[in-house]
Design a protein around this ligand. Sequence first.
Ligand code: ATP
Ligand code: MG
Length: 533
Amino acid sequence: MRPSKVPALQGPSSRRATGQKRLLQTVRLPELVRENTQSLRQERAFQGITAARCLLSCRPMESKRILIVDDEQNAREALRTMLLEEGYEVSEASDGQEALEALPEFAPAVVLADVRMPKMDGITLLRKAREAGYDSAFVMMTAFGSIETAVEAMRAGAENFLVKPLDINAVLVVLSKVLEKTRLVRETETLRARVQERYRFPNIIGDSPELQSVFDVVKRAAPTRATVLLLGESGTGKELVAQAIHEESPRKGKPFIKVNCAALSESLLESELFGHEKGSFTGAVGRREGRFELADQGTLFLDEIGEISPSLQIKLLRALQQREFERVGGTQTLKVDVRVVTATNRDLAGEVKAGRFREDLYYRLNVVAVTLPPLRQRKGDIPALVNHFIEKYATNYGKVVRGLAPGTLNALLRHDWPGNVRELENVVERAVVLAPGSQLTADDLPATLRGPRPLARSAESLIPGATLYDIERESILRTLEMVDGSTARAAEVLGISVRKIQYRLKEYASSTPSPESNEDDTETDEEVGGRTH
Ligand SMILES: Nc1ncnc2c1ncn2[C@@H]1O[C@H](COP(=O)(O)OP(=O)(O)OP(=O)(O)O)[C@@H](O)[C@H]1O
Ligand SMILES: [Mg+2]
């Protein structure tokens, strides 16, 4: 608690002397102070705040601006002197009207307003400020005994009230409480916005930093008309991202047309893309519109673009550059408005170097390139993906499967996933089908994934003789299993950052599992030492 005698008020200035006199005519309000201090503590204990703090590595600068609104000049000045000494930035207004005018420029964090004032009273000021969209917190100053006014002020949206004449401690405690609450609200809002941002693509699961950088580019490129080239190993989610680009663009609601360039012969692919006129080749019994035409106003997704022949590469280049083409066997030039997204799991730059892919087409396709990272490089996404697929296939197969039994996640993390997310999806689907119980166990996984028997110990049974690292690993893995694989929720529960969980999951994925039971504990000192963190 701060001393109630404020040395700051002792000074040569007559203004200070007046202020001091006024402030020292205080009534003690120990209850209010105690109550404020208690609720401050409660709010600090607000669930999720630890996570908010961890996640918000750079907080916005906290405003300490206070606007004092009081028609009594002496009262204003006394408060001003004290608050300046406490490091606040202060501005004054002598009535509600003047305060309202000061709000846009000064943008105070807190308005400390007297209730009774000429022209415009404090409560009207508060209402008008809210109507005009200002979100400064309001603390009302009311005369001793006018409890009804205080209640009215609180109803109108004031954060708190102070009884006049003011007690210095009460002022400081209330201000710090209000500022702390404002900061927490702001942090929670930022956190919520970030979480929403993370899952902005509803079907694409994963909050690893690697995938988040992909989302960043996708989010920026999607609303434009730029051609996007999606690169990455098979099963990493290129098609999913192509769809997301369409959904996030103004073309949403218009056609999203997919062509698999590897599935068709050269001539069939040409007719598939550009259409054909009746009789243009054997079997062309009627005129047919091509995919470019069908995708007009929408998005055309050319999958496996690395497979198209040199002659088709030239035709595609023209269609992309001039946005016009002719149907096979036709003379009429057709114009379309199509956004093109392409994908390949080949090294397209290497194909260009090897002379198998036209350089000019490559640059035309590669306006924005996005590389989907393989799953083995972002194992932190595994828990959330597993949960997503469990839900999907439990619904599909009408089974009650709620999550993973202890140790199963560990086995999934150790695998290298050469088939990426597609392979993981298949493994989970199979496990859901085979699982006899309501949790997936390591026995429901293919033999290649089972490896040595997984860890199945609880954190409690680990404690005697276990390393802190082992205990931490159990906590993280069990918590992830409990919160359906969400690293954000696990971070909140454990009071650590999402980054730390991501980092640890990568580590667990690469480290050799520790032996399961105490009887056959073969762990060497070296191994234990190597895992001290
Ligand atoms: N981040 C993800 N979240 C949810 N599901 C995903 C994710 N990534 C991939 N999948 C799923 O994995 C499967 C494979 O994804 P997709 O077909 O998009 O991969 P791809 O990169 O196009 O593979 P290929 O090169 O073999 O065509 C799909 O069922 C897809 O829904
Ligand atoms: Mg694909």
